[in-house]
Design a binder for this molecule. Structure first.
Ligand code: GTB
Length: 212
């Protein structure tokens, strides 16, 4: 069955892979599933046709026959549950990998998004510069905990899983801030994710749309 995802027709990052369709592409590449892409302008994302697929008018969406999904965590979990390669067979290890997926979107991504917003959109506010150290502190606090758990491990819990795919995707958003490099084991962890052939294919596919 054809899988269709949606993505920005022109991502604001110019193809750095930071828009969230990249993590869905990565998951599909990991499991070897081909997919089509529907490209959308910001205006089209808010039109009824797309709102019928995504209640918040965002990308990415995922269509597979009658099934329509939004939210990258749910999409990647759906892909991982239906194909080998992204979740362990052992029930306990599988549950732990899913816990890492939730940790990525629920515990690690929020302070990172807060930092992105603080740096890009709130700096000029009267309180912008004063608030920034607080927001950076929250990110560093979370990364310190994650770094302590990862130690010198290759992945978060044994073999590479959808938990690592989501966590590395979330951490990638931090690179421009320089904060990721303050935690060398996390920076190396993200680099290991980026070195995976499936990530490279996903990155190249979104770059082909957004470059230039
Ligand atoms: N929780 C949802 C999920 O995980 O699927 C969040 C989806 C989301 O935020 N989508 C963004 C979107 O559609 C694109 S990825 N935004 C438009 C809107 O809300 O109107 C976020 C994003 C956008 C741009 C960059 N960038 O240029 O660096 C990075 C990430």
């Amino acid at each position: 069955m054809t899988i269709t995802i949606s993505a920005f027709e022109k991502s604001p990052d110019g193809g750095k892979g930071l828009a969230r369709d990249t993590r869905v592409r990565w998951a599909l590449e990991e499991v070897g599933e081909p997919y089509a892409v529907r490209l959308l302008s910001f205006a089209a994302m808010k039109e009824p046709a797309h709102l019928a697929l995504h209640p918040f008018g965002q990308i990415p969406t995922y269509e597979e026959g009658d099934l329509v999904l939004f939210e990258t965590g749910a999409i990647v979990l759906h892909i991982a549950q239906r194909h080998a390669g992204l979740l362990p067979d052992d029930a306990g290890a599988r549950a732990r990998a899913i816990a890492w997926m939730f940790a990525a979107v629920n515990t690690v991504e929020p302070p990172i998004l807060d930092l992105v917003n603080a740096r890009l959109f709130e700096r000029e506010k009267p309180w912008g510069e004063a608030r920034l150290p607080l927001v950076e502190g929250r990110v560093r606090g979370r990364l310190k905990q994650l770094s302590a758990r990862l130690k010198d491990g290759e992945w978060l819990d044994g073999a590479f899983s959808a938990g690592d795919l989501m966590m590395a995707s979330v951490l990638l958003r931090l690179r421009a801030s320089g904060i990721l490099d303050e935690f060398p084991n996390l920076a190396a962890y993200v680099a290991r994710g980026e070195a995976r052939p499936a990530y490279k294919r996903a990155f190249a596919a979104q770059l082909a749309i957004n470059a230039g």
